[in-house]
Design a protein around this ligand. Structure first.
Ligand code: ADE
Length: 354
């Protein structure tokens, strides 16, 4: 695949094009990436590439002539010209797949407040945005397009298989990944992944990917699926993992993210429950010691409908008033809502060694 990049800042591309996947694709000859300085195509003495905006307003606008001249200098041939712009069509994996089938792409990096509209209209160039935020220029977006597209070009990514499972290839996020060590800072790799049971591993990954998608990107979940009650083992695993980390970090945002707006939280049934996310966060922060004074272990013992049952062992590293020891055994009963947040948490206190 050939890609020509037109920019006012060719230096930005040096590192990324030398390293890693892009670097290897280029040195192996699978990718032919050429970076051109638009300024080389300005014709006046000052090599001007921008000017003030007709109609007034702050900021400069990129002039059309040097951009047209730069594209035309590439010579004839069938190519798809993309103008990186926050006002463009949003890049997604479907567009990436489409672009990956093109033999020749031209990426034009806009700068300043904008690019004269006649570039999009007259070249013509398709405007593409990498997301709903504004950067100071199209160089980083061009690199995003370049990397997303070229990794689908055969021969760029080593094992084709590793592309298939990735996030978005199936309208779902990728499943969680783990490597050694099996336990790290109290966080254990789910047992099923080391069971050697290929079918079970596949099932866990599918469910974990669904759970993650529901939590991080509910907009990707089909309406029929999203409206079902859910609780599956990976969703509970995931929630408890986040719960433990929130305890350890004491971060109000992380705590709040765990619960639905109207959640109920019974920390041992003999206490008054906390009702609603705000009360849970305030109560939690008020009751807890400094971050890092609690140690947790947990094990998901079962799931029934939308409720998970989890054994938890808590150890305090500072003395606890009115308690014989700093170690507690709990059974947590966790009801998850459709978006993976907890709507009801009940903690049953148990003897430490049960
Ligand atoms: N130029 C500035 N912001 C951009 C964005 N979000 N996408 C593409 N080009 C841009």
């Amino acid at each position: 695949m050939r890609v020509d990049v037109l920019t006012l800042f060719p230096g930005i591309f040096e590192g990324p094009l030398r390293e890693s996947l892009l670097g290897r694709g280029i040195s192996s000859g699978v990718l032919d990436v050429r970076v051109h300085d638009i300024r080389d195509h300005a014709t006046d003495r000052h090599r001007t590439t921008d000017d003030t905006s007709f109609g007034g307003g702050p900021g400069m606008v990129m002039k059309p002539e040097p951009v047209f001249a730069a594209v035309e200098s590439l010579g004839p041939g069938d190519r798809r010209v993309i103008l990186l712009s926050p006002a463009g069509r949003r890049l997604d994996q479907a567009l990436v797949r489409e672009l990956a089938t093109e033999p020749w792409l031209v990426l034009v990096c806009g700068r300043y407040e904008g690019v004269d509209e006649r570039v999009a209209e007259g070249l013509p160039a398709e405007e593409v945005s990498i997301g709903d935020y504004v950067l100071s220029g199209g160089e980083i977006p061009a690199l995003v397009v370049l990397e997303a597209v070229t990794r689908l070009v055969p021969g760029v990514v080593g094992r084709e298989e590793s592309l298939e499972r990735e996030s978005f290839e199936s309208s779902m996020l990728d499943h969680p990944h783990y490597t050694r060590p099996r336990e790290f800072r109290g966080m254990a790799v789910p047992d099923v992944l080391v069971s050697g049971h290929h079918g079970e591993v596949e099932r866990w990954r599918r469910e974990a990917a669904q759970a993650k998608t529901r939590r991080n990107r509910p907009d990707l979940v089909p309406v029929s699926e999203g409206s079902e009650t859910m609780a599956d083992r990976p969703a509970i695993d995931d929630w408890v993992g986040r719960y433990v980390r929130a305890w350890e970090s004491n971060d109000p945002g992380a705590i709040g993210d765990l619960f639905t707006e109207d959640a109920t939280y019974f920390t041992a049934p003999h206490r008054e429950p906390w009702r609603g996310r705000d009360e849970i966060v305030a109560g939690w922060i008020g009751r807890k010691d400094d971050p890092g004074t609690w140690l947790f272990r947990f094990e998901v013992v079962g799931v029934d409908g939308d409720v998970g049952f989890v054994r938890g062992w808590t150890e305090y590293t500072v003395p606890v008033p009115d308690a014989d020891s700093g170690r507690f055994g709990n059974l947590w009963q966790i009801r998850l809502s459709e978006d993976g947040r907890c709507s009801e948490f009940i903690e049953w206190w148990m003897a430490e060694d049960t």
